[in-house]
Design a protein around this ligand. Structure first.
Ligand SMILES: Nc1nc2c(ncn2[C@@H]2O[C@H](COP(=O)(O)OP(=O)(O)O)[C@@H](O)[C@H]2O)c(=O)[nH]1
Ligand SMILES: [Mg+2]
Length: 284
């Protein structure tokens, strides 16, 4: 597979917008994917994000291995980073952010309510979480000066939340990170065709997902794995050949929806290095 080069123009724009946005914020809530807690973060933007206190939400916990997510929470706690495990789809865990925010920021006397913004790379659940945070019973306040007409601060529990998530450009450090970001749907077909991605998924996580060895299923070749899956799903073409393309899309869909089980794609580093160092390889 070729080296991944992916940085479309709208991501450069997103970075500029984020820089503009941050000046209005007192607190940043950064949403990351619980399956990729470091890879779904852009460490290049740390100098920018570090200008403000930070709360990290590990979202999509329903799709991640709960034991691994627990280890991640401990790992972040060990670095002094506040994290909350959440599920943007059903709202689980979201209420736990309020005591965290109050704990961390109460006592700071400011002439006005502290202002919070939600940021994250594409598809991590920014809009879902923002809706949960600002949910029912919240009062809208004035427009945000300067930045985006029509965007508002929403009062909630003594804080003001910006009713617009900030888009972090994803950072692709290497091929493996790029593949993992593609697997969770951060970067779409543009860079890795679905067919290739399905093969990578089966190659790296197939055993974990399907337990082939227990059933003594042996493959000679990677493509046989996709054939196995497509056949299992009954995807046949006219004439009886197996529809591998349909198998590939279905496999990725099922994986992304959690229908194949809860799988974490990144493990906490064992070292005590900086947050952005040493990324665990895909289990083989
Ligand atoms: N399974 C699962 N899906 C989620 C969760 N949070 C968000 N999603 C889904 O992920 C997709 C992207 O969410 P969205 O809020 O639009 O992300 P954004 O691009 O960061 O704003 C949508 O299909 C959501 O329904 C979650 O905790 N679990
Ligand atoms: Mg969104």
């Amino acid at each position: 597979m070729q080296t991944i080069h992916w940085y479309p123009g709208h991501m450069a724009k997103a970075k500029r917008q984020l820089t503009d946005l941050i000046q209005y914020l007192d607190i940043i809530i950064e949403i990351r994917d619980a399956r990729l807690p470091l890879i779904s973060h852009n460490q290049d933007l740390e100098p920018l994000l570090k200008k403000r206190p930070n709360l990290v939400l590990l979202n999509k916990t329903d799709l991640a291995d709960p034991e691994v997510t627990g280890r991640w929470s401990d790992w972040f706690a060990g670095k002094g980073v506040s994290v909350v495990q959440v599920n943007g789809r059903n709202g689980q865990g979201v209420q736990a952010i309020w005591p965290k925010l109050t704990q961390q920021f109460a006592g700071k006397q400011t002439p006005r309510a502290l202002r919070i913004g939600v940021v994250g790379i594409p598809n991590v659940g920014k809009s879902s979480i923002l809706n949960r945070i600002t949910g029912s019973g919240s009062a809208k306040t004035g427009n945000l000066p300067g930045v985006t007409r029509g965007k508002q601060w929403i009062k909630r529990n003594g804080f003001e939340i910006l009713d617009m998530p900030g888009l972090l450009p994803p950072k692709i450090n290497n091929q493996e990170d790029g593949i993992k970001l593609a697997l969770i749907g951060t970067i779409r077909e543009e860079i890795i065709p679905t067919y290739d991605l399905a093969l990578v998924l089966l190659e790296n996580y197939g055993e974990q997902l399907f337990g082939w060895s227990k059933e003594r299923i042996v493959f000679e070749h990677i493509e046989e794995k996709l054939q196995w899956y497509a056949k299992k799903r009954g995807f046949l073409l006219k004439g009886g050949a197996i529809d591998l393309n349909r198998g590939a899309s279905a496999l990725l869909n099922d994986f992304r929806n959690g229908q194949l089980g809860r799988i974490s794609l990144e493990l906490p580093p064992l070292d005590s290095g900086a947050e952005s160092s040493s990324i665990a390889p895909a289990p083989r």
